[in-house]
Every structure is written in C-alpha cells, then in structure tokens.
Design a binder for this molecule. Structure first.
Ligand code: ATP
Ligand code: MG
Length: 189
C-alpha cells in the first residue's frame, strides 16, 4: 500500500480508522500521540517534556516532532507503506515530511481527511475520557486542542490540496459507512 496521511480534528477517528486500515492492508502505523504517551508512561526526559505540552492542549515544537517522526519511520520495515496518524500538524511538519520521504526516495502517498462536526467530536472526546482516562480529554483542554487545531493544523488541508493529495470523507452518522467509503477509495490505489 502507498503511504497514507490520516488527517482530522481531535476525536475525528484517526486512530480508530488507522487500526482498521492496518488490518485490511497490512501496513505500518505511526501515531505520534501514542509515541508520546508511551514516553510519558516510561518516565523518559522526552516524556516529561511532552506531558507539559499535552496536558495544556498545545503542540510540541516542530523540531522535536520531526526528529521523533524520522526515527520512528526508519524503525519500521520499508516498502509496506505507513499510515501517519497525528503527523503532520503544522505546515513546517508537512514540509519536513515531504523532504524526509524524498531523501529516502519514498512517495508521500495520499491524504485521507476526516471531517466531523464539532458537537460529535466533543461528545466522543468526553466519552473517551470516561473509557480511557486520557489526561487531555477534559472539557477545558479539549477546547484548547480545538483552537490549536483550527489555528495551526486545519490550514494544512489546503497544503495537501495543492500537492494533489487531499481526499475528504465526511461523517454522516455511521462508522461502517465512513469506513466503507475510505476502503472503496484505498482499494483503487
Ligand atoms: P485523537 O487521538 O482523537 O485524534 P488528538 O489528535 O488530539 O486526538 P493525539 O494525536 O493522540 O490526539 O495527540 C495528543 C497530543 O500529543 C496533542 O494534543 C499534542 O500535544 C501532541 N502531539 C501529537 N502529535 C503531535 C505533532 N505532530 N506535533 C505536535 N504535537 C503533537
Ligand atoms: Mg489518536
């Protein structure tokens, strides 16, 4: 499978759909949020730094994220395709990803954009707070993450559009329907 960048607001289902895509196409998966939460759990220096930003709903510095991304990417088997989940989140990260892949003579692949209304997003994240107890899934931090998403990440959709990579899928109330539309597209690649 080609590389896939899964893109959307907090709670849009990036992790959920990534897992389904991995099951169907057998590719690698990099979730930068999961990488950072594992570092926090392990109590590393990086984890301590990450916690300060995450608990505040802020993004980590681009330079740090770009290094983490490259290291994680190089640790995966080459040639099977990778889903990038939670990266890039800024234009600088997108430019860095483009350069990193070009250096390795790998293709950027496609971008899958998940569009979900904000009322649904908030309900999902509050529900996840109960089920998974993620420290940043409280109403105050969620509001900050939405604001950061609108200011820093959403403009990236246009960047992908210009790259000819953007494929948009809109939530209409059913996971099966959304997944069916995503698979129908990915099957054509
Ligand atoms: P969801 O998991 O529901 O899609 P989310 O997108 O807010 O929600 P994660 O992708 O798990 O959650 O990211 C959690 C936090 O980790 C972010 O709010 C941010 O602080 C940090 N983070 C993750 N990826 C990046 C990145 N590429 N650049 C900067 N910070 C990041
Ligand atoms: Mg996630």
């Amino acid at each position: 499978m080609k590389n896939i960048i899964i893109f959307g607001a907090p709670g849009s289902g990036k992790g959920t759909y990534s897992d389904e895509i991995v099951k169907r196409y057998g590719m690698g998966h990099i979730s930068t949020g999961d990488v950072l939460r594992a570092q926090i759990k392990a109590g590393t220096e990086l984890g301590k730094t990450a916690k300060g930003y995450i608990d505040n709903g802020q993004l980590l510095p681009d330079s740090l994220m770009i290094d983490i991304l490259a290291d994680t990417y190089d640790s995966l088997p080459a040639g099977q395709g990778v889903i990038f989940d939670g990266f890039p989140r800024t234009i600088a990260q997108a430019e860095a990803l483009k350069q990193m892949l070009a250096e390795r003579k790998h293709d950027m692949g496609v971008m899958v954009e998940l569009v979900v209304d904000e009322e649904t997003l908030l309900a999902r994240l509050l529900n996840r707070a109960i089920e998974q107890g993620r420290a940043d899934d409280n109403e105050e931090t969620i509001k900050k993450r939405f604001a950061v998403y609108h200011a820093q990440t959403e403009p990236l959709a246009e960047w992908f559009e210009k790259e000819g990579m953007r494929h948009t899928f809109t939530w209409k109330g059913s996971k099966e329907q959304m997944l069916g539309e995503i698979f129908a597209f990915l099957d054509t690649l």
